[in-house]
Design a protein around this ligand. Structure first.
Ligand SMILES: Cc1ncc(COP(=O)(O)O)c(C=O)c1O
Length: 318
């Protein structure tokens, strides 16, 4: 594994890639998924200043929360290992802790996190809902020591600051910047560093209208909009149409998408372009925020549902 501190000193410069033109609309992609093999996409950005802060506070432990297939858990485990922190992951679902060996055999996200040295603790759903409560966090401090807390999904002010570095001065040539939304941290960073003439469109990966106030907490500009129509039924919900889209996208453009975030984003952008939502000659920059480690878990679900698999370049994803 390469050293994350070196990567943050000189992060790779990856030029945006032309994908296609639809109805006079040019679609490009920023390959944040290529920033690092294990701390990929927006996680690379979100963890940067949190790790710097934990280092300057001289903490030795990073503690965070996530679901069983969480990209954030995998990335925090890897980033912790690379930068010399112990890591603790509080995972939603106490049933997963009943037979840890079996869970690790079946779940590649948790297996990866555990191999990185993350100590996994499984908690029930009602305790999990307390993840921001001071009393609950105080109990955790008594149990685990003085940790640096990285919130679920990694979103806080320092994460947004990291996401402000996704756009560079060269990206001023794009009219519209599009990204997937989970907690709202990534889009907030994009909004903060966008130019006045640009519009930021966010495609939520989940149902619900709680996102607007979250984004307004972190960004003060108004050049953004939520496109709520492409969540495919909710968080981590997929159907055959989406899988087919992802597999076609991979074979046509040579880019792997993830089923939870970036596939829904690209499906949405293509659909809007085909149906005339954008003005002719609009130049769109879509952000590939990573998340590819979750494909393996999704393929197990698809197999159980007798749906076709997500095709990958990497055999370990299947
Ligand atoms: C791969 C991927 N893309 C996009 C997002 C959405 O980012 P945010 O939670 O900052 O809205 C996430 C979740 O963090 C993610 O894992």
């Amino acid at each position: 594994m390469s050293d994350i501190k070196n990567l943050y000193t000189a992060p790779p410069q990856i030029p945006s890639q032309f994908i296609t033109e639809i109805e006079g609309v040019s679609i490009f992609m920023k390959r944040e998924d290529l920033l690092h093999p294990e701390v990929s996409g927006n996680k690379f950005r979100k963890l940067k200043y949190n790790i710097a802060e934990a280092t300057s506070q001289k903490r030795q432990i990073l503690l965070t929360f996530g679901g069983a297939f969480s990209n954030h858990i995998a990335a925090t485990a890897a980033a912790g290992k690379l930068s010399g922190f112990k890591t603790i992951g509080l995972i939603r679902g106490e049933e997963l802790g009943e037979d840890l060996e079996k869970t690790l055999q079946e779940n590649s996200t948790l297996r990866f996190a555990s191999h990185c040295g993350m100590k996994l603790h499984f908690i029930n759903r009602s305790d999990y809902r307390n993840k921001t409560s001071e009393a609950f966090l105080e109990d955790l401090r008594k149990k685990f020591g003085d940790f640096y807390l990285v919130p679920e999904g990694g979103t806080n002010e320092l994460a947004v600051k990291g996401c402000e570095e996704i756009l560079t001065p060269e990206d001023a040539e794009y009219d519209t910047i599009c990204c997937a939304i989970g907690t709202g941290g990534t889009i907030s960073g994009l909004i903060n560093s966008s130019e006045e003439h640009q519009q930021i469109l966010g495609f939520p990966a989940l149902k619900g209208d709680f996102l607007k106030p979250e984004i307004q907490r972190f960004s003060k500009k108004n050049n953004w909009k939520i496109i709520p129509d492409y969540h495919f039924g909710g968080y981590a919900k997929v159907d055959e149409k989406l899988i087919e889209f992802m597999n076609n996208f991979r074979s046509k453009y040579g880019i792997q998408l993830d089923p939870v975030y970036t596939a829904k984003l690209m499906y949405g952008i293509f659909d809007l372009a085909e149906t005339g939502y954008f003005l002719k000659n609009t130049r769109i920059l879509a952000i590939h925020t990573g998340g590819l480690q979750g494909i393996s878990g999704m393929n197990k679900v698809l197999k159980m549902r007798n749906l076709p698999p997500i095709l990958t370049y990497d055999e370990s994803c299947n």
